[in-house]
Design a protein around this ligand. Structure first.
Ligand code: ADP
Ligand code: MG
Ligand code: MG
Length: 888
């Protein structure tokens, strides 16, 4: 028969799958000989069985009784005893911590008779009756869903009746009355009496904890945190100890280092004469943990030594819940503590300095997401006013602007604005693009606003439910404060806080360090970042290149650590003043006219490349030949139609507009994404690619003549068949052969069409390198157009769990990833020295970078600001195999 129950003494910290985090850590502390109240853990397996079958697995409660007997023996007390009752806590705890999501019930075992025993034995009737009323309240709420307000209103009534303001001032008689009132509330909602059999209380509590795994908020939380839904929770049953037994008792939380900054020292809070939940509930003011040194020096010293031992055992920051009962210290919980991104870096570096972990392990203690958070600008902490309200931190960053209540106003605004909406929908896109930040009163991390804002890298706070938005009156009201359209607010997308007025924004010190403006010498955070980045660079196998089109971007990319340009788009080189040249090219109806247009573009392109090669001297620069459909360079159909109609109505000659309109009509496509673009342009418009190739080669030759070391590569977009590539390549080689003084220039292709991935073996015969264009490859594999679908239905797909993350943010490893793996295998089989990279924005996404490492790519390429993130994650991926991670 399966075993469902483990004594604390039988488990250890590595059994989190089976015992949950809390259970595994209670077991570890018990094994270390630390003072943990006796108890046992019911496994997650039992919970999964319960959730699968709808009933408790056979034999479970027998096993529970067996282990309960051991607790009773060790405590020398019996559950429900009328003389000296043992009380129990029943606590949830899955593999991953889900703060506040599931339930714990304290003081199980109190009944109408055992409460008298507890009162007599403790000599403290008030304590006994207070514990009893807490039990009925917690049990009623958790096991039978009795509304919390119904108990609360009885409690408020009792305080009013007694003429006191705090629960602590209620006397024995009042608490006894309160118990009677609570029992009535319980009966009214459940149709039964509050259970007087302690073992029944225990069984009901256990099954309630099992069921709480599927509570709506727990399911939602897991979906957002990407925690699997099928793990189940463990249940920890342990003897109660009491911090509310007088002045020599109390309860507290402690951290072995400061979870905000990472600094070493004693951090935590302590509350005399209180139970654990009182600290969290904030009922009374806590004191700093260091004050325990005077309140109870012996327990304090003991606690410090326990903290020291826990750090040594876990080799990381630990957080701790403890209780002191009549001068005796008890450990109730520990775990590797959550921390801010800054603390994560600082602590990892400290632990290396202290000789506790290796640099490889230190890399596993930080994440690219944390580094990304450190690279956003933030509000000056000294200047922060009291927040107006707090919502869901949906997309990080700091944004300041004037309130606008509709998207048209946002799009029309001249200064920075914050778009404030109940929720957003696809019609709000233009307003979202124009705004500095987005604030909504409804929806969570997968709402439309959140998904689209993250896609744009724009600050967003959503679900700020206290905001009352009145679009008619153009006001936003929160707690009586009325804000009007035009009033300035500040949004912190990292914390979810919303501030009145313009809070001064601090550029990120980490970015300033990467820019070379700040020295890490006297700054523990920057020193830690430098140390870990250096190690990541030392260990990583993936190269990190930049997506950069201009010399300015290229220079920044270099400062941020890029060792090449993986994608230089040439589109922008056709915009601005050059648009008219492109129009000439498109409208050309003979070779002479077309050649003239191309000849005019050539020197302009060449000059762009010279600057770029200078900025990237000595490093590869992969230039993509022109990709978008050419009509994107012409005026929009609607505008032209209106202009021509307007001119005709006035009896004027529309002139060039009429010619353009005819061309735009001729070139109109139903699905431009699937139309005349990429390599197809090069094959249809004679001389276009040749001009670009010439500009590249002549620019390189010029750089060589000037003593530079240019390393251009030519990349052909949207290839689906090797024949396309061969044709373009023959043309390019003919051009290159005629230009002296340029270095050898490699020619390769993007792999962004599923057919290219599948025929990669053939394509590699003709390509010297591959670069996965994962944006197009994702669109084409899923058959959806990014521009249309992100706003239209991604939030729905995320909330349905069809996606766990947008496939444009994090590579879809099972679908798109499979195509990538196929292309890598077939490409390398055909050409073993094939260089393979990726140049979609996935190249800077932490999870995707790890996938590209595993898939054996040579480099990733991403926008300049993501380069440090890619470097760090590439280093983490390379060292992950050697170490194990506990950082979740
Ligand atoms: P959470 O995970 O929400 O912190 P816990 O299971 O840790 O929930 O329990 C809630 C509170 O009850 C905590 O403050 C904890 O310290 C306290 N508690 C749990 N078990 C006991 C016990 N056996 N004796 C005294 N206090 C306890
Ligand atoms: Mg806890
Ligand atoms: Mg593409």
């Amino acid at each position: 028969m399966a075993r469902y129950v483990y004594n604390f003494g039988d488990g250890n910290k590595d059994l989190k799958d089976l015992l949950g985090g809390k259970g595994a850590n209670l077991a570890e502390m018990t094994r270390m000989g630390l003072p943990v109240p006796p108890g046992f853990t019911i496994t997650t397996l039992a919970c999964r069985e319960y959730l699968r079958t709808g009933s408790v697995p056979a034999g479970l409660f027998e096993e529970v009784e067996e282990h309960l007997r051991e607790i009773q023996a060790r405590m020398d007390k019996r559950l429900g005893d009328r003389g000296d009752p043992l009380l129990l806590s029943v606590r949830s705890g899955g593999k991953f911590s889900m703060p506040g999501m599931m339930e714990s019930i304290l003081d199980i075992g109190l009944t109408d008779t055992s409460v008298l025993g507890l009162a007599a034995r403790s000599g403290d009737a008030r304590f006994a009756w207070d514990s009893y009323r807490r039990l009925i309240q917690m049990f009623g709420r958790t096991v039978f869903d009795v509304p919390a307000e119904d108990f609360e209103s009885e409690l408020t009534g009792a305080r009013a009746h007694a003429g006191v303001t705090s629960d602590a001032e209620l006397g024995v008689a009042e608490l006894q009355d309160l118990v009677q009132a609570y029992k009535k509330v319980f009966h009214a909602h459940t149709g039964r009496d509050f259970p007087q059999a302690p073992h029944e209380q225990l069984y009901l509590a256990i099954t309630a904890v099992f069921s709480s795994w599927n509570a709506e908020r727990a399911v939602l939380y897991r979906r957002q945190e990407h925690i699997p839904q099928d793990l189940g929770t463990a249940v920890n049953v342990m003897a109660m100890v009491f911090g509310n037994r007088g002045a020599d008792s109390g309860t507290g939380v402690a951290f072995t280092r400061d979870p905000a900054t990472g600094r070493r020292g004693v951090y935590g809070d302590y509350l005399t004469n209180a139970q654990g939940e009182d600290v969290v509930a904030g009922i009374r003011n806590t004191v700093g943990l260091h004050e325990l040194a005077t309140i109870d020096p012996r327990s304090y010293r003991q606690l410090l030594s326990v903290m020291e031992r826990l750090e040594q055992r876990y080799r990381d920051l630990c957080d701790i819940e403890f209780t002191i009962e009549n001068g005796k210290l008890w450990m109730l919980q520990t775990r590797v503590g959550k921390r801010t991104p800054a603390a994560a870096f600082v602590i990892a570096a400290q632990l290396v300095d202290e000789g506790t972990i290796t640099l490889d392990e230190a890399l596993q203690r930080v994440t690219g997401e944390q580094l990304a958070q450190l690279m956003f600008p933030s509000f000056d902490p000294v200047a922060l006013p009291t927040p107006l309200t707090t919502g869901v931190p949906a997309s990080p960053g700091a944004a300041v602007g004037a309130i606008v209540l509709d998207s048209a106003a946002a799009a029309a605004a001249t200064g920075p604005v914050i778009l404030v909406r109940r929720e957003t929908n696809p019609d709000d896109l233009a307003g979202m693009i124009a705004a500095q930040g987005i604030l909504t009163s409804r929806g969570g991390k997968t709402s439309h606003a959140a998904v689209v804002a993250r896609g744009m890298g724009k600050t967003c706070v959503c679900g700020a439910e206290e905001l009352v938005i009145d679009t008619e009156a153009e006001t936003v009201t929160v707690h009586g404060t009325v804000l009007r359209a035009g009033d300035i607010v500040s949004l912190d997308g990292t914390t979810g806080r919303v501030y009145p007025g313009a809070v001064p924004v601090h550029p990120s010190p980490v970015v300033r360090y990467f820019e070379g403006e700040l020295s890490p010498a006297n700054d523990p955070l920057l020193a830690a970042v430098q140390r870990l980045m250096t190690h990541a660079d030392h260990t990583r196998r993936l190269g990190v290149h930049a997506n950069a089109d201009t010399a300015t971007d290229a220079e920044r990319a270099r400062r941020f650590g890029a060792t090449g340009i993986g994608l230089c788009r040439t589109e922008h080189m056709f915009l601005g003043d050059r648009r008219t040249l492109v129009e000439r090219l498109i409208l050309a109806d003979d070779d002479t006219e077309r050649d003239a247009a191309l000849a005019a573009l050539l020197p302009l392109q060449r000059a762009d490349f010279i600057d770029l090669f200078a900025a990237m001297d000595g490093l590869p620069v992969t230039i993509r030949l022109i990709d978008p459909p050419l009509h994107e360079f012409l005026p929009a159909l609607e505008d032209l139609t209106a202009r021509v109609a307007g001119a005709e109505a006035l009896g004027q000659d529309p002139g060039r507009d009429a010619v353009l309109l005819t061309a735009v009509r001729r070139m109109h496509e139903q699905n431009p994404m699937l139309g005349l673009r990429g390599v197809r342009l090069g094959l249809v418009i004679p001389g276009l690619f040749a001009m670009q190739v010439r500009a590249i080669a002549e620019a390189a030759a010029r750089r060589v003549a000037d003593g530079g070391d240019p390393r251009p590569e030519i990349m052909v977009p949207l290839v689906g068949a090797v024949q396309e590539l061969e044709t373009v390549r023959a043309e390019a080689e003919a051009v290159l052969a005629g230009i002296g003084g340029a270095p050898p220039i490699r020619i390769g292709t993007m792999i962004e069409v599923p057919r290219a991935a599948l025929t990669a073996g053939e394509i590699a015969q003709s390509a010297q390198f591959f670069s996965f264009g994962t944006n197009d490859l994702t669109q084409m594999t899923w058959a959806f157009s990014r521009d249309d679908v992100e706003g239209a239905f991604f939030s729905r797909y995320l909330s349905l769990g069809i996606f766990t993350a947008s496939p444009f943010e994090t590579i879809d490893t099972t679908g798109v990833g499979e195509l990538i793996q196929i292309a890598v295998a077939r490409g390398r089989a055909a050409r073993p020295d094939l260089t393979i990279g990726v140049c979609g924005e996935h190249g800077g996404d932490p999870a995707s970078v790890r996938f590209f490492h595993r898939t054996g790519l040579d480099y990733v390429s991403c926008s300049p600001f993501r380069i440090p993130i890619a470097r760090l994650e590439a280093g983490r991926a390379a060292t992950a195999d050697a170490t194990t991670s506990d950082s979740r």
